[in-house]
Design a binder for this molecule. Structure first.
Ligand code: URP
Ligand code: ZN
Ligand code: ZN
Length: 473
């Protein structure tokens, strides 16, 4: 069936213009004025904006972590994403010690089977580099995996040493793959956590004190330098503060192939949240910093020093001792309560996949910090370009997948975990007023969300094969 969206204003990274959009066979087939197509379903978008579906390139669905598992799976996380205007995401297939990359990839793709509703890809997260793993990396390209995630932190869990990181980056440069980096100095953090625990400094705020900004700054410069030596494209995830972004800028000013992301939580909150009685909701790594950093990150996004906004969506229940009802079914899993009385045991991570576009529109675009075009660029177009999905994804153009959000700039809502769609028993933005919301959300021309109605069918989301040698933005 064809769909003709009439009367809307299209916003891309480059343009704002009034036009009709015709969708046929999952693609945008035509864009123009006064379009007509016999038999097409006509959708009135008068007074509304047409945005490309958002792309969140940093999510952790069903991630085993801190002896539990993140609480959104490939159905609940996708439903939350769609209600937030996000129509594609990239998760992390995380290699276990001793495992091959193929086994890790297959295990991750199975998690999506029969559940996925939006389109999805995976980065390969290498945690155990052996000679056979180095040899296996090229086969990832056949599977459409064009990016590798590495950790400079989480000693004895995910962290690799500089020698291993260097070898992987050399290989990535040769193959045109992007390396995503969690840049924090793991040895420093491990020592500080141990020191604080031994000294009885167990309150939640010691999470931030054990992850100082200089540990992130040092690791970021190290990652940038390794990109300089190897020529690998580097994408530094979840950047939190000015001195860290300075390292990226230092590399970019010297022409290095380095790019960076921040996440909504670093734009809205400070380490003060950790002193609240429910501060565990804001425990993630790297931690929250200062108000000055919030302001700096907004400017860095607007001015192009940061290229993308991901979410690091990795939610855990706040009170995993009680079941949470989701679509009429009880869900229970250990959560943040595991760290009551000891910050070092709080599972690291929070939600964001549903909130990202909503918060960025209301508090970025509406408050004049980002233009609507820059909003599209950092939430959809740049993520698609950097990770080898453009122009299939990330824009509204003839030939692109019909991933379209009809956005009502005047619609309002108050954020609450009671009405959000993520499988979490809290929302860090609880009580926040939003102005500007998705009204209809289409993935490849299929309507998933219409106002409060949900039409998503588990299993309809598709795996995205990506292409290497993507541009540096
Ligand atoms: O606290 C976080 N960020 N949890 C998810 C894993 C990671 O480091 O990205
Ligand atoms: Zn991380
Ligand atoms: Zn992450």
């Amino acid at each position: 069936m064809s769909i003709l969206i009439k009367g809307g204003t299209i916003i891309t990274a480059a343009d704002t213009y009034a036009a009709d959009v015709l969708i046929e066979n999952e693609k945008i087939s035509q864009i123009g004025t006064d379009l007509a197509r016999e038999g097409a379903q006509v959708v009135d978008a008068g007074g509304k904006l047409l945005l490309p579906g958002g792309i969140d390139v940093h999510t952790h669905l069903s991630l085993p972590f801190f002896s539990t598992i993140s609480s959104d799976d490939f159905y609940t996380g996708h439903k939350a994403a769609a209600f937030g205007g996000t129509t594609s995401h990239i998760d992390f297939a995380t290699q276990r010690k001793g495992e091959t990359l193929k086994i890790a990839l297959d295990r991750w793709l199975k998690k999506a089977e029969g559940k996925a509703v939006i389109d999805h890809a995976v980065h390969m997260s290498i945690t155990d580099l052996r000679p056979d793993i180095l040899d296996e990396i090229p086969s990832m390209l056949d599977a459409g995996v064009t990016s590798i995630k590495l950790f400079m932190s989480y000693v004895n869990v995910y962290m690799l040493d500089d020698g291993d990181i260097f070898k992987i980056m050399e290989k990535a440069a040769e193959l045109g793959m992007v390396v995503l980096m969690h840049a924090e100095n793991g040895y420093v953090i491990d020592s500080l956590i141990k020191q604080n625990v031994a000294a009885g400094n167990l309150a939640t705020e010691f999470h931030a004190k054990s992850h100082p900004a200089w540990a992130e700054t040092e690791a970021t410069l190290r990652a940038v330098a390794l990109a300089g030596i190897t020529g690998a494209s580097l994408y530094v995830v979840h950047m939190t503060c000015e001195e860290v972004v300075d390292q990226l800028r230092y590399g970019r000013e010297r022409g290095l192939p380095v790019m960076g992301e921040t996440c909504p939580q670093y734009l809205f909150f400070t380490e003060d949240e950790l002193r609240r009685p429910d501060g565990a909701k804001w425990v993630f790594s790297p931690p929250l910093r200062t108000k000055k950093d919030n302001d700096y990150l907004w400017r860095a996004l607007a001015e192009g020093h940061l290229q993308s906004v991901g979410t690091d969506h990795c939610p855990f229940l706040f009170d995993g001792t009680k079941p949470l009802m989701y679509e009429g079914e009880p869900y229970q899993m250990p959560g943040k309560e595991m760290g009551a009385g000891d910050f070092s045991k709080i599972p690291n991570g929070t939600h964001g996949i549903e909130d990202r576009m909503l918060m960025l529109w209301s508090y970025g675009v509406r408050q004049g910090r980002l233009s609507p075009n820059r909003f599209v660029e950092v939430t959809a177009t740049n993520p698609a370009k950097i990770f080898g999905m453009y122009p299939k994804k990330g824009t509204i153009a003839a030939g692109s997948d019909a991933d379209i959000v009809i956005w009502d700039p005047e619609a309002t809502k108050t954020v609450s975990w009671k009405t959000h769609h993520s499988r979490t028993d809290f929302n860090i933005y609880e009580g926040t007023e939003l102005v500007g919301l998705p009204e209809k959300v289409y993935v490849r021309g299929t309507l998933l969300v219409d106002g409060e109605e949900w039409y998503g069918k588990p299993g309809s989301g598709r795996y995205l094969h990506r292409t290497p040698f993507a541009p540096i933005i």
